[in-house]
Design a protein around this ligand. Structure first.
Ligand code: DON
Length: 572
């Protein structure tokens, strides 16, 4: 396993003390049995907080809520109160549900709001400060999840995060590296700089203590007053006041009107396995299921996992699904997403017939006059965690600030980093190109609209039994990452740790390039080049913290992705 893991004993004992857990009650590590339940996330302290909730008799959703609040403290580049996301819940009994807590465009937003002189997007304006901030959904979403599925009192799920923010925790190497990467932009906001940088603008180093007193206070307000504190009370007031001062368009009414929405998950079936995934406003579930449906036309199990023959099929299926994404998907309150057609098996078979086993399809030929996609460079930062409890209830949660550390902006006195999710809309209406801008209608900015996402929390079952809980960060690469893990488990029958470890590829239609993760064997690279693909080498794609059935023991197992120092925690 990765040598970068920072599960030092003092660290774990520290957090066990912070969340008042007897250290004997939990196991902590990169791979753990989860038959008594478990949590696996990008950051071990947050997983411990979630697992403590499980040990105290909380449901998987209780643990997910506590983990999400904890990640807002311990993994501030993506864990959040000021962003949004999706929680997929599969109760052991009863119907599955999808909690959509995606951000919305403020009421004063306009389709061309990010265009400057000559119709060009101002690159800083769409990323930094208050203008790209969508109305945050996380607090409403977690509260809705708790109302529907919670067992323990709300405040008990929020307070461990508040205590951790107050007392502080030792910064680990991954967080220190992330702070260092983003220190310059964080220094543009006094409030953020005060928390994450020292007086000279130097980011905190590994081993130093990160205390977040303003965030602790916000968390305490949310623990006591619920979402009213965030959407109607002091927190909304502070965010709107700063937004007004600093060129934003957020209004009190945006916060008052924000609602998380309970939706029916998308359902697919792949070689007898039931796939539960997210419907719009994420495209993740549709892209994943449409890709899997195409792959059903081929016997993947007869091909070596990671061979050129196999990767070529994954890439071609992704390419076709991403075209449909660009053409048709958007917020269901604004767009009638043609899901019946896109997820139809006959349609997929027709697409699959267009795949040449020996040649890459040209995206230009496929797309005709669609003018392109991939609006901006993909960063990795969003975060996914998976939870099961001892009764078999399962939660897959992916949430985000969009880029790492969001808009690098914090409203005074809140300690809450704000998202730059407006960046996920098609910000150049009518303009698309091969480099990757996209201006198609379904995902244009409208007041109150949710921007299209690629996040893809999934839960798979075989004959009613839980098989896999998974998801990943990575912008548009997300469904491609999940596709790799799912096909690893189903087609190649790999143990979860090996399916998670498989090197990943991604194709998003435009640019017409396959990104190839380090670790893809050279002969596969040569085979893809032979087929006419253009390739781009990348160090790493996504991080999938998953729970799945261990074929060796028949028990559930939690697996942290080796690409980052994530960690699992589970009641003994
Ligand atoms: O919702 C989405 O699909 C993106 N905002 C997720 C962002 C992410 O994974 C990091 N990089 N772009």
């Amino acid at each position: 396993m990765s040598t970068s893991r920072k599960l030092s004993l003092p660290l774990i004992l520290g957090v066990l003390a912070a969340c008042q857990a007897p250290s004997g009650a939990l196991r902590v590590g990169p791979i753990l049995p989860a038959s008594n339940g478990g949590v696996v996330s990008v950051e071990p302290l947050a997983s411990v907080i979630g697992a403590r909730v499980l040990a105290d008799g909380g449901s998987a959703v209780d643990a997910a809520v506590a983990t999400a609040f904890a990640l807002a403290v311990t993994w501030p580049e993506a864990g959040n109160l000021g962003g949004g996301g999706f929680m997929l819940v599969r109760p052991a009994r009863g119907a599955a549900a999808f909690i959509d807590y995606r951000e919305t465009a403020p009421l004063r937003a306009q389709p061309e709001m990010f265009l400057g002189e000559g119709g060009a997007v101002d690159p800083a304006g769409v990323r930094l400060g208050f203008l790209p901030v969508g109305v945050p959904g996380t607090v409403a979403g977690l509260f809705l999840a708790h109302q529907e599925y919670g067992r323990l009192p709300w405040s008990e799920l929020v307070l461990p995060a508040a205590r951790l923010a107050e007392q502080g925790f030792e910064v680990g190497a991954p967080l220190a590296a992330s702070m260092a990467r983003h220190a310059k932009e964080l220094s543009l906001c006094d409030q953020a700089a005060r928390v994450f940088l020292d007086g000279e603008g130097r980011p905190l180093q590994a081993g130093e203590r990160l205390r977040q007193p303003d965030l602790a206070r916000s968390l305490r307000l949310i623990a006591e007053q619920g979402p009213a504190a965030f959407y109607r009370g002091e927190i909304a007031e502070r965010i709107v006041a700063d937004s007004d001062r600093r060129g934003g368009i957020l209004a009190r009414e945006d916060f008052e009107r924000y609602r998380a929405v309970l939706r029916k998950p998308l359902e697919g079936e792949y070689r007898g396995v039931k796939i539960l995934a997210g419907p719009p406003p994420t495209s993740g579930g549709a892209v994943l299921i449409e890709s899997l449906n195409q792959l059903e036309s081929f016997d993947l199990s007869a091909l070596e996992a990671g061979s050129a023959e196999e990767l070529h099929l994954l890439v071609e299926a992704q390419r076709r699904s991403f075209l449909d994404r660009a053409l048709s998907l958007g917020d269901p309150e604004f767009v009638s997403n043609p899901l019946d057609r896109l997820l139809d098996k006959r349609y997929a078979a027709e697409l699959a017939r267009g795949i040449d086993l020996e040649r890459a399809t040209s995206s230009d030929q496929l797309a005709g006059d669609l003018d392109g996609t991939l609006p901006h460079a993909e960063s990795e930062q969003t975060t996914h965690f998976s939870v099961v409890d001892r009764d078999g209830n399962a939660v897959a949660n992916t949430y985000t600030l969009e880029e790492s550390w969001g808009a690098k902006t914090m409203a005074a006195g809140t300690g809450i980093l704000l998202n730059n999710e407006m960046h996920d809309f098609n910000v150049t209406p009518g303009v698309s190109d091969r480099k990757g801008r996209i201006g198609t209608e379904p995902n244009r900015i409208r007041p109150g609209k949710r921007m299209l996402s690629s996040m893809c929390p999934v839960i798979l079952t075989r004959q009613g039994r839980l098989l896999l809980v998974a998801g990943s960060p990575g912008g548009r690469t997300i469904p491609s990452t999940v596709l790799r893990v799912v096909t690893g488990v189903i087609d190649h029958d790999l143990p979860l740790r090996d399916a998670v470890a498989l090197p990943r590829v991604h194709h998003g239609l435009y640019p017409d390039v396959v990104s190839v993760e380090a670790g893809v064997p050279e002969r596969a690279v040569a085979g893809l080049l032979d087929r006419g693909h253009e390739l781009r080498a990348i160090a790493s794609q996504g991080d999938c913290h998953a729970i799945g059935l261990n074929p060796e023991t028949g028990q559930l197992q939690a697996v942290a992705d080796r690409r980052i120092s994530g960690g699992a925690a589970a009641p003994r």
